[in-house]
Design a binder for this molecule. Structure first.
Ligand code: ADP
Length: 483
């Protein structure tokens, strides 16, 4: 199949979260199955700053935005042997962040991603590449299926192309005031309940859900949850309309990229059968962060976007408890200003056993996964979650709230699992969270069974091999609908 990935972030080029991990690793897994895969994304400042080799292409892109024909340039790089097209319009993408600053989203995001999506559709016809599958991700690219479906319905170029839309996080829908319609190059006919109108606003994700041939999200549990009023973020009705075309496919992680045996960022590499490197990495991290260097104190890691979704308010309530307990806690995160302020205020008060880093730091992240005995994800909701999968791979036992993809990947003995790989809790409360942490701390004392759990987590398989097959099957189903 000829498969085009359209995404607003792709690892290693630009990343704010799990979306980039997926759009960086799923194409590679599909490429291994010998599909012709290509990727399109914006050319952000961070990509140029990181020194990736970027070629100029003779072609440009055009998009009618707010009645003005705007032009962009096309650049190209590669991900292994996968061509990556980069849409370059400095005014929109040469900025320090992808979507906004900690204070909030960039005010012209509808224009920026409207230009990107229109640019993608424009570009496809100029490239010598007619995809069988166009696979779009999250609100930033939701306009692609919408405009192909409504503006190109009779266009032979797209007639046999299946449109796939993946929801990585239903809470970020691309909601804009009605006036954004013209900036997106859309006429008023789009502002109806069966298209993009949503309580007086323009909702880009709604358009993606309604117009793609098939829609999926990133775990079976989240796929069930989002059809309920409680967790549907206002789009549960729209999702239920697509019930027959809605799938849940668990994300994987790239086992070459995330491999404690070869990870060059680690102080010391290790494997499930030779864990001494993990202990050495813990000691080195304790030293680097000014924590007491003791192998027997459990080290808890948390690497996260600082947003309400991730249970930061539960963490906040428990910080005094973490401080007074016999454990060490390393927090690495960036995100909402209010949480940054709260954590930096706590940091100033000082706690010998807690180390807080308000940054996006991929090297430190890898060292924390490797050094941690436990990994915390008290998420309010979690579409899939990659943190717990990376933690398992690095021998850190996940302590998570049983929701979405966390419920599908972390198995607790309390639920009768014979081979547990972590600790879970149900109720979204500090008490329940602490209950799971306390059970993990107690289990940590039983070294033999603890090490067994660590090894079995490291040996479990959450690579893309299986899920890439499920994507292929879903693509086939979508193709049947258009052929
Ligand atoms: P989400 O996509 O909702 O943020 P996931 O668990 O799916 O959550 O993926 C998060 C990804 O981003 C993981 O690869 C994690 O290691 C990484 N990450 C999150 N915060 C940071 C940070 N501050 N520094 C480095 N990596 C981070």
């Amino acid at each position: 199949m000829k498969i085009l990935f359209v995404a607003s972030e792709v690892s290693p080029f630009a990343k704010t979260g799990g979306l980039a991990d997926v759009t960086g690793s799923l194409p590679r897994a599909l490429r291994k199955q010998r599909h012709d895969v290509r990727i399109i994304m914006p050319l952000y400042q961070c990509i140029e700053d990181s020194g990736f080799p970027i070629k100029k292409a003779r072609k440009g892109v055009e998009a009618l935005i707010g009645g003005v024909l705007e032009k962009g340039l096309l650049r190209q790089t590669t991900l292994d042997d996968i061509p990556v097209y980069l849409i370059d319009r400095k005014e929109y993408f040469q900025r320090p962040h992808l979507y906004g600053t900690p204070a909030g989203d960039y005010p012209d995001n509808s224009r920026r991603f409207g230009f990107f999506c229109r640019g993608v559709v424009d570009l496809l016809k100029r490239l010598d590449f007619r995809p069988d599958i166009i696979h779009c991700h999250d609100w930033q690219t939701a306009l692609v299926p919408t405009i192909i479906r409504y503006e190109h319905q009779d266009d032979p170029f797209f007639l046999k192309t299946a449109l796939i839309y993946t929801i990585h996080n239903l809470a970020y829908q691309g909601l804009f005031p009605a006036e954004a319609l013209s900036e997106l190059g859309l006429d008023p006919s789009y502002f109806t309940i069966d298209r993009l109108e949503y309580y007086g606003k323009v909702n880009l994700m709604k358009g993606g859900i309604l117009t793609a041939d098939v829609v999926n999200t990133v775990s079976a549990s989240y796929c069930r949850e989002i059809r309920t009023e409680e967790m549907g973020c206002g789009l549960d009705g729209v999702l239920r309309q697509r019930d027959h075309d809605l799938y849940g496919i668990l994300n994987g992680i790239d086992y070459n990229e995330w491999n404690p045996a070869t990870d060059p960022a680690l102080f010391k590499n290790y494997t499930a059968s030779a864990l001494s490197g993990k202990a050495a990495g813990k000691k080195a991290l304790q030293k680097a962060l000014g924590l007491e260097q003791r192998p027997d104190i459990p080290l808890l890691g948390m690497i996260t976007r600082l947003s309400a979704q991730k249970g930061i308010d539960l963490l906040e309530k428990l910080l005094p408890r973490f401080r007074s307990s016999r454990l060490q806690l390393v927090i690495l995160g960036t995100g909402d200003e209010r949480y940054m302020t709260m954590l930096s205020a706590f940091q100033k008060k000082g706690a010998d056993n807690i180390s807080i880093h308000l940054a996006f730091d991929q090297v430190l992240a890898r060292r924390v996964y490797a050094a941690s005995d436990m990994f915390l994800m008290p998420s309010h909701y979690e579409p899939c979650g990659l943190g717990q999968l990376i933690a398992l791979r690095y021998g850190a036992i996940p302590v998570v709230r049983k929701t979405g993809g966390l419920a599908d990947t972390v198995f607790d003995a309390r639920d009768g699992f014979r081979e547990p790989n972590g600790f879970t809790f149900d109720e979204y409360s500090p008490k329940a969270f602490w209950g799971a942490v306390a059970r993990a701390l107690e289990a940590y004392g039983e070294r033999k069974s603890w090490d067994r759990m660590v090894r079995s987590g490291m040996n479990s398989d959450y690579s893309w091999e299986h899920s890439a097959g499920e994507y292929e099957a879903m693509y086939e189903k979508a193709l049947k609908k258009v052929r």
